[in-house]
Design a protein around this ligand. Structure first.
Ligand code: HEM
Length: 405
């Protein structure tokens, strides 16, 4: 890349260069300063890196998910190949638009309640302690805790029996690879096959729960109704699958980012140690400073005039959530990690009608882990260079060697 890269060069580097993954923030900043809203010639996609524009576009009813063949152009891969259109019949809420989205999210929310999440607190603390006991203070934090904890928590919440969880994990990993902008056709085919396998498994599990309901989310979704209205079998399947998959890797990376960030900022860790009431604020600051989901996209249904340009109907746009979180227009000294900021604003869980349904669960898990780590260990160290997953949409480490004493 030249000394004065163009916005196109910057975005190409962000999306495709694995060397950027450990620290994409300087590139987000350069892009925000150089071209906070521009259309890249690479994929004819609008790239948005400032906070206000990202938030307003994510919330704009003229933006949503492409559902028909005409909109395939919005899903051009970086290698220039067109993505296959999605099958509208099996889309989860994430890829739905109102009024269907409103209806399905409403029904799912009747089962996925704050009460059901909060009830998990003691179980999460117990699981965390058990995993930390096994880790024994030294080893790979991802393998020892950051991966198994959210996987077990979401399995317990949904109602996936313990014996099936290990088998499901690699399939879920294959599935989530499909949302990367650089996903190859091969990765998409693997994702599709994994999806078919998990759906078949869930068909059986739903039938089991219909016959014999328990106190889990699956039974809650079977029960959930609004008057006469209920989720169809297909809607239940797609959305359980989404919730299950969304609960894995995102939270894993939040936990990994949290440990990395505190080890790099020991004075902030000491502040939280001195005053544990700062724990929720500490998790918010980790979410702002280094969010697991860095990129969020939309299809544009109608012309949008914004900042003196027209984002034209039929185009697609990408918001750089992690860059937006560090926009100096909404955050003082945004490149510093400071726990307990007043009026902190973040886009880490998106914004608007698709705001993350699992945000409370992810926050709860991170708060419990931080509380248990502070309680158990005085000294946190990273003992080897972290190994990053070569992914930018859901970004995080796949190996983090630690020593806790
Ligand atoms: C740190 C962890 C997490 C992060 C950073 C995260 C991030 C996000 C983001 C950015 C969106 C918005 C996507 C969009 O606007 O297109 C989203 C949506 C969603 N998330 Fe999460 N998520 C996390 C954990 C979870 C968990 C644990 C669950 C489930 C238990 C979950 C379930 C969902 C669902 C169902 C949606 C779609 C909501 C809708 O379309 O109405 N997420 N998440």
């Amino acid at each position: 890349m030249s000394d004065t890269p163009t916005p196109d060069e910057l975005i190409l580097e962000i999306l495709t260069d694995p060397a950027v993954i450990p620290d994409p923030h300087p590139l987000y900043r350069r892009l925000r300063e150089l071209a906070p809203l521009f259309k890249t010639e690479l994929t004819q996609t609008w790239i948005v890196s400032g906070f206000e524009n990202s938030r307003s576009l994510l919330r704009d009813p003229r933006c949503g998910s492409p559902m028909d063949d005409d909109a395939v152009a919005s899903r051009i891969a970086l290698d220039g190949s067109a993505r296959r259109p999605r099958d509208p019949e099996s889309q989860p809420m994430l890829f739905m638009n109102p009024p269907d989205h409103t209806r399905v999210r409403g029904l799912v929310s009747r089962a996925f309640t704050p009460r059901r999440v909060e009830q998990l607190r003691p179980e999460i603390a117990e699981m965390t302690d058990r995993l930390l006991d096994s880790l024994g203070g030294e080893g790979d934090f991802v393998d020892g805790l950051a991966f198994p904890l959210p996987a077990n928590v979401i399995s317990a919440l949904v109602g996936v029996p313990e014996g099936d969880r290990d088998w499901l994990r690699p399939l879920i990993a294959d599935l989530s690879a499909s949302i990367e902008p650089t996903a190859t056709q091969e990765a998409l085919d693997v994702a599709e096959a994994a999806m078919a396998e998990v759906r078949a498994y869930l068909v059986d599990l739903i039938a089991t729960r219909r016959a014999d309901p328990r106190d889990d989310l699956l039974s809650g979704l079977i029960e959930a109704s609004d008057g006469e209205d209920r989720l169809s079998e297909n809607e239940m399947l797609s959305n359980v699958l989404l919730i299950y998959a969304a609960g894995f890797e995102t939270t894993t990376h939040l936990l990994g980012n949290m440990v990395r960030t505190f080890v790099a900022n020991p004075a902030q860790l000491q502040r939280v140690r001195n005053d544990p009431s700062l724990i929720p604020a500490a998790v918010e600051e980790v979410l702002r400073y280094d969010p697991p989901v860095q990129i969020d996209g939309r299809f544009v249904f109608d012309d949008i005039d914004i900042d003196g340009v027209t984002i034209e109907k039929g185009s697609s746009l990408v918001t750089l959530l992690a860059g937006a979180n560090r926009d100096p227009a909404v955050c003082d000294d945004p490149e510093s990690f400071v726990v307990g900021r007043a009026d902190s604003q973040i886009l880490s869980f998106g914004s608007g009608i698709h705001f993350c349904l699992g945000a409370a669960l992810a926050r709860l898990e991170a708060q419990v882990v931080l509380e248990r780590l502070i309680d158990r260990y005085e000294c946190w160290e990273i003992t080897a260079e972290p190994i990053w997953r070569p992914r930018i949409t859901i970004r995080g480490v796949e190996r983090l060697d630690v020593r806790f004493t």
